[in-house]
Write a protein of this length. Structure first.
Length: 150
């Protein structure tokens, strides 16, 4: 069962059949957080996640991707609205749709990492971790560069 929300000429949908993997790849490969990501990695990540596509008609203009077990935990990532469509409140509406999704209710933990969108996420209850010293990560910043090398 897929969820869908309408606002004027815009739609947010969780239907994976509507996702434009090529458009998503173009955006992510040029982003600061996924620069040079291979197309195959994007395609696989979309298949394994709960994705919220933002559409103007048939054109995909945004995305929010969640890695989640739909019971206890969700990690929000790859959130964007194409530059030409920014300034219309679409990111805020997208986040409201994410928070309204029935599979994301009652989660114990809902995480994200951002460099520059703190004001948006604070509106939805996200805060700096209470005990950041408890968070750990294993990060390979060059994994996409190595994948693209001959």
């Amino acid at each position: 069962m897929h969820s869908e929300w309408q606002q004027n000429a815009f739609t947010v949908s969780t239907d994976p059949a509507r996702l434009d993997a090529a458009a998503i790849h173009r955006f992510l490969a040029a982003s600061y957080w996924a620069a040079e990501i291979p197309y195959g990695v994007v395609a696989r990540s979309l298949q394994q996640s709960l994705c919220f596509g933002v559409y103007h008609g048939r054109e995909q203009i945004g995305l929010a991707r969640l890695i989640t077990d739909r019971a206890t935990y969700a990690y929000l990532c790859d959130v964007y609205i194409l530059e030409a469509w920014r300034g219309r409140g679409l990111a805020k509406w997208l986040m409201a749709c994410v928070h309204a999704h029935p599979d994301l209710q009652g989660l114990r933990r809902f995480n994200l990492v951002t460099r520059d969108a703190h004001p948006l996420y604070r509106q939805f209850g996200f805060v700096t971790p209470d005990r950041p010293e408890g968070y750990m990560e294993k990060l390979d910043r060059d994994v996409y560069k190595r994948a693209a090398a001959p």
